[in-house]
Design a protein around this ligand. Structure first.
Ligand code: PGA
Ligand code: ZN
Length: 422
């Protein structure tokens, strides 16, 4: 049972404050959880509580959320059994009382939810992925590595937020990581040769000034070849447009903030179709806005058989929104971010609903991360087969990849790499 819960304010990878929670059980076992934080957050996400005290951390302090942990949440869960993570999460949700967790803060609730689940796993002397996924959990995810950053994650001229490589031809996770790292370094050399910037964005990918998304794709394909790999066979490409950041004047209208272009839903769909015909792209995330359900229906009809269409801001790991998406045939995959919904158990429910409906699932980091590697374990536990956790650069991204290396080693010959088909 829970003996004590402690919250504290720590820093995330952008140097902004975030919440860490530690639980101590009566048996002496401890568990720790940290909340990540997004930059291109969806409007339907659970709310991270920030102090808005302009003089402290530019208003981004999380003293209030930490206080939630040290008062209300502590009072609620001390004495409870951590083995039933659903009960713990339910108790915190009830204490919060809002739909979006804005009272106690989703950042406070998630940190505690992770800390409790981790402590429960430790009490059973089980690795976290096995505690959640059972002893048969053995699928290592294909990384979707964001090696070129744009949008809200970089101060360059590129509107599409993420250009990712997926090492689909690798035999195991370790080889996938090696090949991806080689491509990352080839890209660095190519950019250098052209006199372009090789400093990195929030998710560890390069953030050069380029004139179009096609130019970014061409650079990446050249980097794949330069590293000795074959596009399509060894590597597929994935994009995250994060187009909810491109809100235009009206619904169905888009304004690309960096290039200054104005386009309609229909034109965007045509553009994505053109890119998919021309390049080995197997997945596009948030190709359309979080409220453009009609556009989503149209693009799913057009491209849903050919590629993976991933709802991130559209679904926000929320079963209510996902249910609507499944019903109306919007997209065919969901990005799973625990802090969009705020508890481990609701994250599990979103994954289950998606998997039942034949939607693919991708576990994901946030652009503001910590050294917490929980998502690596979640990917293996749920057998998602795909994970999005940035470039093979920046400690907070690499920490997740290194955790996956250790899991693969632990699973020995039982480890299976990736999903059969993207
Ligand atoms: P965010 O971006 O963490 O800044 O929201 C990640 C994503 O859009 O997938
Ligand atoms: Zn996204």
């Amino acid at each position: 049972n829970v003996k004590q819960v402690i919250g504290r304010e720590i820093l995330d990878s952008r140097g902004n404050p975030t919440v860490e929670a530690e639980v101590l059980l009566e048996n002496g076992v401890t568990g720790r959880g940290m909340a990540p934080s997004g930059a291109s957050t969806g409007i339907f996400e659970a709310v991270e509580l920030r102090d808005k005290e302009a003089k402290r951390y530019g208003g981004k302090g999380v003293k209030k959320a930490v206080n939630s942990v040290n008062t209300k949440i502590r009072e609620t869960i001390v004495g409870m059994n951590v083995n039933d993570i659903y009960k713990i999460d339910e108790a915190m949700k009830k204490e919060d009382g809002t739909d979006d967790k804005s009272k106690l803060g989703a950042n406070a609730i998630l940190a505690v939810s992770i800390a409790c689940a981790k402590a429960a796993a430790k009490s059973y002397h089980m690795p976290f992925y096995q505690f959640l996924g059972g002893i048969s959990a053995n699928i290592l995810p294909i990384p979707m590595m964001n090696i070129l950053n744009g949008g809200a994650h970089a101060s360059n001229t590129v509107d599409v937020q993420e250009f990712m490589i997926m090492p689909v031809g690798a035999s195991d996770f370790k080889e996938a990581l090696r090949a991806s790292s080689e491509v990352f370094h080839s890209l660095q050399l190519l950019l250098k040769e052209k006199g372009l910037a090789t400093s990195v964005g929030d998710e560890g990918g390069f953030a050069p000034n380029l004139t179009s998304d096609e130019e970014a794709i061409q650079f990446i394909l050249a980097a794949v070849e330069k590293a000795g790999y074959e596009p399509k066979k060894d590597f597929l490409l994935a994009l995250d447009a994060a187009s909810s950041e491109w809100k235009g004047k009206e619904k169905g209208q888009y304004h690309l903030p960096k290039s200054g272009k104005d386009v309609t839903s229909y034109q965007l769909i045509e553009h994505w179709e053109m890119l998919c015909d021309k390049y080995p792209i197997c997945s596009i995330e948030d190709p359309l806005d979080e409220e453009d359900w009609e556009g989503w229906i149209a693009i799913t009809e057009k491209l849903g058989k050919k590629i993976q269409l991933v709802g991130d801001d559209l679904f926000v790991t929320n079963t209510k929104r996902l249910e609507k998406g499944i019903r109306e045939k919007c997209g065919n995959a969901i990005l799973i971010k625990p802090n969009q919904i705020g508890t481990v158990s609701e994250t599990i429910e979103a994954v289950k609903m998606a998997q039942r409906a034949g939607f693919r699932t991708i576990i994901s980091h946030r652009s503001g991360e910590t050294e917490d590697t929980t998502i690596a374990d979640l990917a293996v536990a749920f057998g998602t087969g795909q994970i999005k956790t940035g470039a093979p650069s920046r400690g907070e991204r690499v920490a997740k990849y290194n955790r996956l290396l250790r899991i693969e080693e632990q699973l020995k010959e039982n480890a299976v790499y990736g999903v059969k088909e993207i």
